[in-house]
Design a protein around this ligand. Sequence first.
Ligand SMILES: [Zn+2]
Ligand SMILES: [Zn+2]
Length: 331
Amino acid sequence: MTNRFGPRILLLGAGFCAAFSANAGFQVVALGVNGGVEEGNLTSYLIRSDSQPRYLALDAGSVLPGIEQALAKGSFPEVNAENSAPLTPQGAVFRNLISGYFISHAHLDHIAGLIIASPQDSRKPIYGSAETISALRQYVFNWKLWPNFTDAGSGQRLGTYRLNAPRPGQRFSLSSSGLDGVIYPLSHGGVTSSMLLISRENESFAFFGDTGADKQEKSRDLNAIWRVLADEIRQRRLKGIIIETSFVDETPDAQLFGHLTPALLLTELTQLEQYAGGAGSLKGLKVVISHIKPSLLAGVDPRAEIRRQLEQGDRLGVNFIFMQQGDSQHF
Ligand SMILES: [Zn+2]
Ligand SMILES: [Zn+2]
């Protein structure tokens, strides 16, 4: 938790305290950072405004294992065994500090943690595009793959989750996180994925679900998003971005399956730089790299290689950030 920006005030309502400040930003906790293969560390981030106690989950690939790691790393300093009772600290973060979920698309590495933990979750909303929400209703919470913990769809509705599909491009309120959001479509190898532009007062943050590059996807989705984010940058609102880089540069196009490499991300960010005012306009922009696909080959380290390729090719002055599971960072 940050206290660099002002006085700390105790918030007693939920049994937790929160840092309040006039000059707010966002706190991000990484619950899972990888794009597959091993089930304990899949894409999920928590974000909250400095002025609010509760987080919004951005995807939910690994939830409870990520909370456990984050507690061990001290990323939830306001939670302890005494104020969590009768829950465990892990249970208190899960049930009380996560106010809802934004799901970028319904691929398993973005929803597995939510599904498996759902029997013990508290009532909360799930936000996503119409495609994502419909996939959750039809294929997941249908009493065949899993009981229907939602308030819609087939069979008995257990009602833990309120499904919400706000219209793309339209601002909506993200429940008790105190954040607003706007969903933008992303092209992801034949699947509609999405970006969520989160905002609170004069600050914003962009979370990208899986996406390919416009050229490979024969799409204009990223181009449209760069125009929106360029405006945020010009107005000095954008505090940071989480975006994927799944594969190293050597990956052939035919094996990208709707994902980015360092070179493709840098090309896309160069487009953003142009829209945002030209050379130097992205200097210092915080870009969290997510969804790296781990390798099971001995001696191969895609994380180190992707980092090297991004830093070597970076003529934009962007600040690439590699969060590990359980890390907390201020934006
Ligand atoms: Zn994924
Ligand atoms: Zn995906």
